[in-house]
Design a protein around this ligand. Structure first.
Ligand code: ADP
Ligand code: MG
Length: 409
């Protein structure tokens, strides 16, 4: 597979770059420009080589099943890409950045035709098109007709076979046009591939899994059990496992339809799947300021209480396991880290990684876990914090395969 480094003689060429500019924003105010910053090396490399850049990305969700057209318009308005174009222009003052509010038709074609070498055009949210998520052939054909070269740099979207991520490159490839990976993609794929194909020197390989739902992550657990030496379980999913093993879990969140799976999985793991030995529990989940009870509990959780974080003994146990590791993959917070009282478990994992101090290759992949790592100030302690939550999990699940990468091969 070729990369942006291999692309030369780009002056006059129209290069379509699928970026991941799905930034957290509200009413046009961008909370975190990380994803834009992460794509800059690829954009700069191409613009410096004289390409005319067409950048495409989705932003947020538009529920096309909604029957009320006014509501669809409101969703579009809430996910307008124009503020992202403004942020990109500020981050990259050396190259002119234009914005095209149209996603199809003459307005888009004219905007592309007007580009001069080294200039950048960010196109409106790809999800303004109903056909995007369905990989509609006519839409992909129209977008592909605008470009001479395709570059994939949207790791966070590479697990989705949409028109902008799979439709366009498959057409361009068929037409014999160059298709390449960007710098961000290369880094993400290389670092996550380590977690998919561990070497002998990576052992012990320890995975940490938390977050909310077991059902979201069943395939990841199965896949990790084949690759890892141990999996440390935290988060709400721990209580589905505990209930499956006959413990009382009070009113902790449990997915009853996953109990059989959890039991079988635990047994097959043969001691390699560790569950919390104690939990932080509370009688009131929502913090409304009026005296809730917070306790630490080993074993059965009493009625009326729910587990909201791993307890101190578990934090210590997991830390000792992590300190032996040579490779760590972490997905999913250990507790309700959004509330200060329930952050300790998630912070303990971060602390263990800090203590490893580069003696292990450490990867965090997951939307909420990555934002916890950043929020608590541990990003620099990890070898790699992925920009794609769903994509990193899917890479682990599917033995390193991603539709948006496979299509380029
Ligand atoms: P990621 O995005 O890193 O893959 P998930 O989306 O699976 O993680 O889960 C994150 C969510 O899980 C967080 O909002 C967190 O509050 C929640 N969570 C973690 N532990 C618990 C728990 N014990 N009870 C309820 N929610 C929890
Ligand atoms: Mg999440």
């Amino acid at each position: 597979m070729i990369t942006v480094k291999d692309l030369n003689d780009l002056s006059g060429k129209r290069v379509y770059v699928r970026v991941d500019f799905n930034v957290p924003q509200k009413n046009g105010v961008i909370r975190d420009t990380n994803r834009i910053v992460a794509a800059l090396p690829t954009i700069r490399e191409l613009a410096d080589k004289g390409a005319k850049l067409i950048l495409m990305s989705h932003l947020g969700k538009i529920k096309w099943k909604e029957p009320d057209l006014a509501k669809i318009e409101a969703m579009k308005k809430a996910n307008d890409m124009a503020p992202v174009a403004k942020a990109l222009a500020e981050l990259m003052p050396e190259h002119p950045v234009h914005f095209c509010p149209a996603t199809r038709g003459k307005e888009l074609k004219d905007a592309v035709d007007a580009l001069k070498d080294g200039e950048v055009l960010l196109v409106q949210n790809t999800r303004y098109e109903k056909g995007e998520e369905k990989n509609d052939p006519a839409l992909a054909k129209e977008w592909a007709s605008l470009a001479d070269v395709y570059v994939m740099d949207a790791f966070g979207s590479a697990h989705r076979a949409h028109a902008s991520t799979v439709g366009v490159p498959s057409i361009l490839k068929e037409e014999g046009k160059p298709v390449a990976l960007g710098f961000l993609m290369l880094k993400e794929v290389a670092n996550l591939t380590k977690c998919v194909e561990p070497e002998e020197s990576d052992r012990p390989y320890i995975a940490v899994l938390g977050g909310f739902k077991v059902s979201d992550k069943i395939k990841v657990i199965d896949s990790l059990l084949k690759k890892c030496d141990k999996i440390l379980i935290g988060g709400a999913m721990a209580y589905t496992f505990k209930k499956a093993l006959g413990e009382k879990v009070g009113s902790s969140p449990v997915e009853d339809d996953q109990l059989d799976y959890a039991k079988r999985c635990y047994e097959e793991a043969n001691g390699r799947l560790l569950l919390p030995i104690d939990s932080v529990i509370t009688d009131k989940f929502e913090d409304d300021g009026s005296g809730r009870i917070i306790l630490t509990k080993e074993g059965d959780i009493p009625d009326g209480f729910e587990g909201v974080d791993i307890g101190p003994k578990t934090r210590e146990l997991y830390k000792q396991e992590l300190l032996k590791a040579h490779l760590v993959f972490w997905n999913g917070p250990m507790g309700v880290f959004e509330q200060e009282e329930f952050q300790s478990g998630t912070i303990a994992i971060c602390e263990a990684v800090r203590e490893l101090d580069g003696h292990a290759f450490t990867v965090c992949g997951g939307g909420d876990s990555a934002s916890a790592v950043k929020q608590f100030g541990y990003k620099e302690d990890f070898s790699h914090v992925s920009t794609g939550g769903g994509a990193s999990l899917e890479m682990i699940e599917n033995d390193g395969h991603l539709p948006g990468v496979d299509v380029l091969k």
